[in-house]
Design a protein around this ligand. Structure first.
Ligand SMILES: NC(=O)c1ccc[n+]([C@@H]2O[C@H](COP(=O)([O-])OP(=O)(O)OC[C@H]3O[C@@H](n4cnc5c(N)ncnc54)[C@H](OP(=O)(O)O)[C@@H]3O)[C@@H](O)[C@H]2O)c1
Length: 242
């Protein structure tokens, strides 16, 4: 088994996920580029390799049991273990999401991807993480999942009313805490990251931060030293209130 640290980043073909892969690669990690579309995955892997990253493609649709199981098999064969899992893939469900008029099919798809997808991938990867000496899990959340921010005087800075996307991140935060409690006696540190408002496809490139800036907190949490925090929610400026 290689001494090189091994990471899997879901939704790594573009946006913040791509930059998390690039950043971990620049630190000398071998990075699995989890992506559901073969052409987009191959292009991202080629770009990362051109930049000197030890990247390998991992076919991965987080909503598909068989795809996720196959991804775990691929990493087991390729590396024999996993040192960091970054659950980055997510969707917004698009458009207007007023609670009174939301399309329930959209709501289900968002939860399936942003929450159940994270649980599906995490559970498939836990045996591989268990073979690492310093395993880390990072769940890409969002400040819009902060109930404190949604309900406080700063509510107008936490994005539009979005009954699918924003609560999916609150749900993800709550799920992360449950994992942290279950895994408290293991070496696994699991935390949520907020990247800030980043210019990506997710928001029609209206964000004000670069994907590299958005990747920074996730990279920090993926590379936490032993004894670092677990069950927390962080952004560049520090702790995000639940
Ligand atoms: N951008 C922001 O301002 C912002 C703010 C707060 C939090 N975040 C969070 O940061 C993370 C990355 O977002 P981003 O802005 O980089 O968005 P993005 O550019 O739209 O990238 C999302 C990634 O997720 C992938 N994905 C979606 N559904 C998937 C599925 N079922 N299986 C596998 N991959 C799937 C996409 O793949 P395809 O290319 O195949 O669609 C893409 O690679 C997300 O968790 C998002 O909620 C972003």
């Amino acid at each position: 088994m290689s001494d090189k640290k091994i990471a899997l980043v879901t939704g790594a073909n573009k946006g913040i996920g791509y930059e998390i892969a690039a950043g971990l690669g620049a630190l000398g990690w071998s990075v699995g580029v989890g992506a559901r579309d073969q052409a987009r995955r191959d292009t991202a892997v080629a770009r990362l390799r051109d930049a000197g990253v030890d990247a390998f493609g991992v076919p991965l649709d987080v909503t598909d049991d068989r795809s996720v199981a196959a991804a775990a098999d691929l990493i087991a064969e390729h590396a024999g273990r996993l040192d960091a899992l970054v659950n980055n893939a997510a969707i917004t469900g698009g458009g207007q999401q007023q609670p009174s008029s939301v399309d329930l099919a959209v709501l289900r798809t968002v939860v399936e991807t942003n929450v159940i997808g994270v649980i599906r991938v995490t559970n498939a990867m836990l045996p591989l993480l268990g073979r690492s000496t310093s395993p880390r899990i990072v769940n890409m959340s969002s400040g819009v999942g902060s109930l404190t921010r949604q309900s406080g005087p700063d509510g107008d800075t936490t994005g539009p009313v979005a009954v699918a996307y924003a609560p999916s991140k609150s749900f993800l935060n709550a799920v992360t805490l449950q994992y942290a409690r279950e895994l408290a006696d293991t070496k696994i540190l699991i935390n949520c990251a907020c990247p800030g408002f980043v210019a990506t496809d997710l928001n029609g490139f209206r964000g004000v931060r670069t994907p590299q800036e958005g990747a920074a907190t996730a990279i920090r949490l993926a590379t936490l030293p032993d004894g670092g925090p677990t069950g927390g929610f962080f952004e560049d400026a520090g702790v995000v209130p639940w």
